[in-house]
Ligand binder design. Structure first.
Ligand code: ADP
Ligand code: MG
Length: 320
């Protein structure tokens, strides 16, 4: 890993009318890492990535991409950068290969053999001579990654590359990003999926309504994750609530769908469940509501529709 930051965005803001889409965010992406910008829809991820590509100008703040700025280097900022914002666009009546050839031509050509290598990398060699109009959404996304790699970038920027894909498409896209990361490429990707970022990223910035709710390593994020909630369906919910009084380490509440949700440390939850069984209460269902990291994500981004847990005091302090 070199000392040069692939991306250094400092104090960047962008407002559209009355919407502060990006509000004073600072993001540093080291060369060689896979960096995630995570947030729910509308958090400002695309706006931030559009500013990196110079598609829109920030109202304030500075952005350096591979050491260059728009002010000093103009379009030269994009030397060494590939990627796409939202969905990649292709001519549907041309084949995948023809689309790539056309794009390479517009970009000053490509080295011999590269097209085949890229088609192979994104697992599209077999389908490259079919028209893009007949491709699945996942195939188009993978062709988009191949197109982004035609200029042999050092930094690849992907805006929600797995968004809208079916489970197999998601798996393939994540595997592809991991292969690219292993080749030493710096990857900056946005996502609204905590699992995805946990699986493929080294470091993450979590955005919520334009601001940074967290930034740091996935390892650090894991240490902050709260105890997950468990949905409980029983034959006697009223007694279940009464028995909760004997387990002060636990929180047992009725959620809006009338199910019971138990939250607490694993040993406390186990002891409670054992006590319910001893009391002859039948458990009809016992399911984790969210993974600990998902729960943390919803807390950090204040997505109350998914929040079944209380925000622990230390987290409230950390993010105030
Ligand atoms: N061109 C634009 N004009 C007006 N509002 C916009 C524009 N682009 C984005 N926004 C608003 O900025 C906010 C952030 O949007 P966006 O960056 O697309 O979020 P994300 O990619 O995280 O879903 C949203 O409220 C969105 O409606
Ligand atoms: Mg977006």
């Amino acid at each position: 890993m070199s000392d040069l930051l692939a991306v250094e965005a400092i104090g960047v803001s962008k407002t559209f009318g009355s919407v502060r889409a990006v509000n004073d965010i600072t993001v540093r992406v080291a060369a060689g890492e896979v960096y995630g910008v995570l947030g729910p829809n509308g958090a400002g991820k695309t706006t931030f990535l559009r500013m990196l590509f110079g598609l829109i100008q920030p109202d304030s703040g500075t952005i350096r991409v591979l050491g260059k700025t728009w002010a000093a280097d103009g379009v030269g900022v994009l030397d060494g950068v590939g990627g796409f914002i939202e969905s990649p666009k292709f001519y549907p009546y041309l084949t995948g290969r023809q689309n790539l050839e056309g794009l390479a031509l517009l970009d000053g050509g490509h080295r011999p053999g590269l097209l085949e290598e890229l088609l192979d990398l994104v697992e599209m060699s077999d389908r490259a001579d079919e028209k893009v109009g007949g491709y699945s959404y996942g195939m188009r996304q993978r062709l988009g990654v191949a197109a982004s790699l035609l200029r042999e970038p050092r930094l690849l920027v992907l805006d929600e590359p797995a968004n809208g894909l079916d489970p197999a498409g998601i798996r393939d896209m994540r595997a592809l990003v991991k292969r690219l990361a292993n080749s030493g490429l710096t990857v900056l990707l946005s996502s609204h999926d905590m699992d995805e970022v946990e699986e493929i990223c080294d470091n993450v910035t979590i955005m919520s309504r334009g601001t940074v709710a967290f930034h740091g390593s996935i390892a650090k994020l894991r240490t902050m994750a709260p105890d997950p909630g468990h949905l409980l369906a029983t034959t006697d919910d009223n007694r279940v609530l009464v028995l909760a009084g004997h387990h002060p380490g636990l929180r047992v509440v009725r959620d809006p769908d009338a199910a019971l949700v138990v939250t607490g440390a694993k040993p406390d939850v186990s002891a409670y469940v054992a006590a319910l069984v001893r009391a002859d209460i039948d458990l009809l269902a016992f399911n984790q509501t969210q993974t600990p990291l998902e729960a943390l994500f919803f807390m950090l981004t204040d997505d109350t529709t998914h929040q079944t847990l209380a925000r622990p005091a230390e987290l409230t302090k950390a993010f105030r």
